[in-house]
Write a protein that binds this ligand. Sequence first.
Ligand code: CU
Ligand code: ZN
Length: 137
Amino acid sequence: TKGNTARGTVTFTQKGDKVVVRADVTGLTPGGHGFHVHEKGDCSAPDGMSAGGHFNPGGHPHGHPHKGPHHAGDMPMLETDAYGNAKLVAVLPGLTFEGASGILGKGVIVHAAPDDFKTQPTGNAGARMACGVIVKR
Ligand code: CU
Ligand code: ZN
């Protein structure tokens, strides 16, 4: 997004009946960064707001993907090293490639601040530093 240096690759793969995400992102400020699948695959706005809110086909509250109720698009946050590089591999319950909870054509957002996994409906993760669209390859 405008004014930010964050960039990287996020890959979703099918493993059995689950979706696994692999993220490799650089150019972040050191620390935690909220990381979600958002409802629209639209990165046209300079601030990334065109991607809409968190992908939430089930109408759930925001939360941690591995603890209790959560948006389908909620993912563990990115944690950087001292240089602002982040790597993440995580299983994502509740996401699929096809159907109502399908991620193809949706957005991916990396935020400026950590996700508290509590504040509704955003996790208080702040501005959007990077935006991507999920496409099939
Ligand atoms: Cu987000
Ligand atoms: Zn959420």
